[in-house]
Write a protein of this length. Structure first.
Length: 148
């Protein structure tokens, strides 16, 4: 129903960029969620645990943040796109630091060998998706603002 309203307004030329931004946001957020689920399975299988602050960040920023941003985008495309862009940027920083920089249990080279392939490949995919999500979200917010 909300998409129908955006499409109808888009046909009149006022909200076309919003519809395109929401479509791009949906693609990147759903891909991020799917790969995050696979990465979470690798974490569990390899017995790589995070502390309370790390887990809170994962649940609030990495998992819920992009989904909330996408939901908000249906009513307020600029705000929703901004939320997606900012939470993806935070996710990207968290993943790069914990998986590739800090030499801890969460580093791709230190995971149990049986889980290293899934863990490392999903960590690398998340870097690509989160970088794309940061761009799509922040650039999308700018596009929607300029169009309004």
């Amino acid at each position: 129903m909300q998409i129908d309203r955006i499409e109808q307004v888009g046909r009149h030329g006022r909200r076309g960029p919003a519809r395109q931004v929401i479509t791009s946001l949906a693609a990147v957020v759903l891909a991020h969620f799917a790969v995050s689920a696979g990465h979470g399975a690798a974490h569990s299988g390899a017995h790589v645990t995070l502390g309370p602050a790390g887990m809170a960040f994962v649940y609030v920023v990495i998992l819920a943040g992009p989904l909330v941003g996408l939901a908000v985008a249906f009513r307020q495309p600029q705000v929703g796109a901004s939320i997606v862009g900012l939470t993806m940027a935070g996710s990207l920083a968290f993943g790069l630091i914990n998986h590739f920089i800090i030499q801890g249990a969460d580093h791709v080279a230190h995971v149990e060998p049986a889980w290293r392939m899934l863990f490392g490949s999903t960590a690398a995919l998340l870097v690509v998706i989160e970088a794309a999500g940061t761009y799509v979200g922040l650039h999308g917010a700018i596009r929607v603002r300029r169009a309004s």
